[in-house]
Structures are given as structure tokens and as C-alpha cells.
Design a protein around this ligand. Structure first.
Ligand code: SF4
Length: 503
């Protein structure tokens, strides 16, 4: 464990994110001096951030093997023989400006962490999950791409390559969004929280379909009640996009899918809807009959997600389907007329290096999807992967510049361009997730949710609705994750949304 001690309770979240990015394999605790008595593990550094009136001082020291834990940090370090590794003080350019102070602090921390670990991070001191949103806002303010790249490099120490990627995507998103009247629009998300099995890395709301088969109809009843609420509340708005995700929506039987899609199409006005996505996801859930149902109801975009095309890895991560099933599902979807198919991949899966990723890319290229979404493995506390790491360590989980570059080269080689990007906490290699798409095939819902341009009303268990307020603030409300609770408390779930979207 690594500790960070603050003399005031400020910027703890950002400090934690940055230290964790440099020490991904360590637990990091940030606390205010005097509130806890923790120490970093022997051999690891401990950090001290001192906020003064017009300055910030940062120190790093190496913990001694044994020490008293009762004295204030500043006094203790003089006495217990621990070794001072690094120290620097900066004077703040604008002490009253919270954002400016935060950025100066993060640059100082980055400098220290980078020198101590001899590492550079591709995204520098930027810890937010939406770097493209920043580039987009600057574009909207009239800045040139060169100015934006410079701003990202100088203020956040972002690498040249990531700054260029962010601005390229912002430019593309802006062009796509210019055709959407999102000021008077909304999007619908429907969560189906069932899967054939639970994948090793999964942190989504997902339950084995085998345990819930008998209650799917009750779940659909609850969704239909929510759809009635959407019809009443959003009748004056244009439904821009529909996204059915999860979980794995295609775990539903064909007649259940038919019922759900009939309810959406029957209760809502889809006349002007630009995109209707169903995440078919797992190859072991896709059948011709289900694809026909999707097609019948006008679904325009689906995902067939291999994550990897290496059977050994698929077995290890608990997907319980074969590489061959992925191929068959993809070709079946093509036969049924789907001309916008996405494939999700994950880089950094256990045991996968450049050779394995290269094999996956070759296989994907041969199939020729229209979208490719490349994720860096994110280690979530709620996933089985956390337990797996405790037992097996992290040495086998590697995402590198080389694998990221190979994925990008493959996508661009298939005629695709990057069109959306987001980051998560605890991502392998501190990289990002990038969606690539062929011309005219970009996932509009993905852009709308990333750029937070319009309301997203989300139905189902374990989902989050978002409201974009007139002043640009984002308000959210969630629903309970437990399926039984969701069904029983459906009135309360709707009431939460009614409050969120009240005029
Ligand atoms: S298919 Fe997706 S939602 Fe389902 S268990 Fe795997 S990662 Fe989780």
C-alpha cells in the first residue's frame, strides 16, 4: 500500500487517480493528516501534500522499516530515519482559482511521480474519463486544432500522440453532431442484465440467464411500465437513438426480444430515430431467429463481440464460446442483412502480448466489421479479475504502446477512423478505449453519451439516466441493480426519473 497524506481535505480524488496511475499494482490511500494512522509498505514511497496560502509543497519519502505512528507527519519525518526522496514547492499563479490550483498541483505531482518511477503516462496528468470533451469545448470556442493540442500538452502534459488523437476525434464528432438536433432530442437506453455466463473482467450489472429465465416476463413487464413513462414525458422530443445493452440482450428468447422491441416501437415515435443498436454481444447467444426479430423491428446496428480471437484466452476469461462461434455469428448477421456490425476487443487480457493481439487483428480483418471498439483492460474491484490477480499476480496483464498501435493500424487499414474515446480508472497501461468506424457507420449513441449532449433516459436494473441541464450541468439518477428489487420497486424507479426530468 502507498499512502498520501494531505494537510487539508482538497483534490483527494485527483491525487488518488494520479498516484494510482503510476502505481497500478498498489493500493493507494489518500487521507488528511491526523485522521488515520497508516503507512506505506516498506520499500514503497509515501507522499505528503502541504497546501499553503499561496503555495503547494510536495514531498516523497521512503518509509523506514519501523516507526512511531502517532506524531504529526511533518514532525515524524525528522525523527524516524526515513529517507527523503523528493521535495519541491511551487508558488501558485492564481490561488483563488480552484481549477488552476488543481492543475498546478497535478503537474507538480506528475513531475515527482515521473521522476521517481522513471515513467511517462500517455495522458499525462489528465485524470478525467472524457479527454475529447475538453478538445470539443475548445473547438466550439473557436480554437484551432494546433492550439488545442498545445493546450493539452502544456496544461496536462498529454503526449503529442494522444493530443492529436483527441483533436482528430473531436473534429469528427463535431461534424457528426452537426446533423443532429440534440437540443430537442433524447436517447433511450434499455438494460438487459442477463448473460450466458459471467466474464472474468466483468463489472457490469449482469446475472446468469439460467437463474432468471422464469422471471424474464416480469422484467419485461417492468420495462413496459417504464416505457409508458417515457412516452408521456418525452412526447415533445425527438428520439435520436436507441441502445439496448446490458448484459447481453440476445440472451432473451426470440419471442421475448419480439415483445420488447414491439413495445419500444409501439409506444415511442421512432420516425426520426437515426440509430437503433442492439448489443448482441456474446456469440453463444446469437441465432438466426433472433437476428430476424431484430431486423424486423428496424434494428440498424449490432455488436458481435469476440474480445479476443484466441481460444485459450476466451476459455480463461469465461466466455464459454469458441472463436468459430464468433465467425459464424458474424457471418449469420451479414446474411440477415446487417450492414453495421461492431466488434469489441480488449487489449491486455491475461497472457496476451503482441503475438496474440496480432492473431486477433488478422481474424477480425478477415471478417471485416464496420466498427471496431478497442478497449484496454480495466481492472474493476467488483470483477472476478480482482480475485484472479490476487491469486496469479498482474505480470500476465500487459497492454503496451505496440499493441495499441497495432489495433489502430488494423482499424485504419480497414478504412476506419477513430470517432469516440473514453478512459476508465485502472486501465491496463493507462491507455484508453477507442471506437473506430467506417465512413457513415459511427455509433451515434456512443458520441451522444460521451459528449453529454442530450438527455439519456435509461430503463432497467442497474442503469443510470442523465439529464443535460440548460446550464450544461449533468444530473443523474440510477436504478437498483438487483433484478428482483427492480421489479418490485418499479414505481420508485419511475419516480426517480420523473424527478430527474421534471421541467
Ligand atoms: S458479456 Fe459483457 S455484460 Fe455479460 S458477463 Fe461478459 S462482460 Fe459482463
Amino acid at each position: 500500500m502507498i499512502i498520501v497524506v494531505l494537510n487539508e481535505d482538497k483534490y483527494a480524488y485527483d491525487i488518488h487517480s494520479l498516484v494510482k496511475a503510476f502505481y497500478p499494482q498498489q493500493e493507494v490511500k489518500v487521507f488528511v493528516e491526523g485522521t488515520k494512522e497508516l503507512r506505506s509498505d516498506p520499500g514503497l514511497p509515501a507522499f505528503f501534500v502541504l497546501f499553503e496560502k499561496e503555495a503547494i509543497r510536495v514531498k516523497a519519502w521512503q518509509e523506514a522499516e519501523s516507526q512511531e505512528k502517532t506524531e504529526p507527519e511533518a514532525d515524524r519525518e525528522q525523527k524516524d530515519g526515513r529517507q527523503l526522496l523528493w521535495e519541491e514547492q511551487i508558488f501558485l499563479s492564481c490561488p483563488q482559482d480552484r481549477i488552476a490550483v488543481k492543475n498546478e498541483l497535478k503537474r507538480l505531482l506528475y513531475k515527482m511521480l515521473s521522476e521517481l518511477t522513471q515513467k511517462e503516462l500517455p495522458w499525462g496528468a489528465l485524470t478525467g474519463i472524457r479527454p475529447v470533451k475538453m478538445a470539443m469545448q475548445l473547438l466550439e470556442q473557436g480554437q484551432t486544432e494546433e492550439q488545442i493540442r498545445r493546450f493539452m500538452r502544456e496544461n496536462y502534459l498529454v503526449s503529442e500522440q494522444k493530443a492529436a488523437l483527441s483533436t482528430e476525434i473531436a473534429r469528427r464528432e463535431r461534424r457528426i453532431l452537426s446533423d443532429i438536433h440534440y437540443e430537442n432530442g433524447y436517447s433511450l437506453y434499455v438494460g438487459i442484465p442477463f448473460c450466458p455466463t459471467t466474464c472474468l473482467y466483468c463489472s457490469f450489472t449482469s446475472f446468469p440467464i439460467s437463474a432468471w429465465k422464469k422471471r424474464v416476463s416480469e422484467y419485461l413487464d417492468a420495462l413496459e411500465t417504464e416505457l409508458d413513462f417515457v412516452r408521456e414525458t418525452f412526447s415533445h422530443k425527438i428520439l435520436d437513438s436507441v441502445y439496448i445493452g446490458g448484459g447481453t440482450p440476445t440472451t432473451l428468447e426470440p419471442e421475448e426480444l419480439d415483445r420488447l422491441l414491439s413495445a419500444i416501437c409501439g409506444k415511442l415515435n421512432l420516425t426520426d430515430t437515426l440509430e437503433f443498436t442492439v448489443e448482441a454481444g456474446r456469440a453463444d447467444s446469437i441465432t438466426r431467429e433472433k437476428l430476424k426479430v431484430l431486423k424486423k423491428h428496424g434494428v440498424s446496428r449490432i455488436s458481435v463481440n469476440p474480445q479476443t480471437m484466441n481460444q485459450r484466452t476466451l476459455d480463461l476469461i469465461g466466455r464459454r464460446h469458441t472463436v468459430e462461434q464468433v465467425r459464424e455469428a458474424f457471418l449469420l448477421a451479414r446474411e440477415e442483412g446487417f450492414d453495421n456490425i461492431n466488434m469489441d476487443l480488449i487489449l491486455g487480457l491475461p497472457g496476451e502480448g503482441i503475438e496474440e493481439v496480432s492473431h486477433t487483428m488478422e481474424q477480425v480483418r478477415a471478417l471485416g466489421p464496420d466498427n471496431l471498439t478497442v478497449h484496454s483492460l480495466a481492472i474493476k474491484r467488483a470483477s472476478r479479475l480482482s480475485q484472479w490477480i490476487l491469486e496469479n499476480g498482474q505480470a500476465d496483464l500487459n497492454n503496451t504502446d505496440a499493441t495499441m498501435a497495432l489495433a489502430e493500424k488494423t482499424a485504419r487499414g480497414m478504412g476506419m477512423s477513430p470517432y469516440y474515446l473514453y478512459r476508465q480508472k485502472n486501465m491496463s497501461g493507462n491507455f484508453e478505449n477507442v471506437g473506430y468506424a467506417a465512413p457513415g457507420k459511427a455509433g451515434i449513441y456512443n458520441i451522444l453519451i460521451m459528449e453529454e449532449k442530450e438527455d439519456i433516459v435509461a430503463l432497467g436494473a442497474g442503469v443510470i439516466s442523465k439529464r443535460v441541464c440548460p446550464d450544461g450541468r449533468i444530473e443523474r439518477c440510477d436504478s437498483v441493480k438487483e433484478v428482483a428489487q427492480y421489479i418490485e420497486r418499479i414505481g420508485e424507479m419511475i419516480e426517480r426519473k420523473r424527478v430527474l426530468f421534471r421541467d
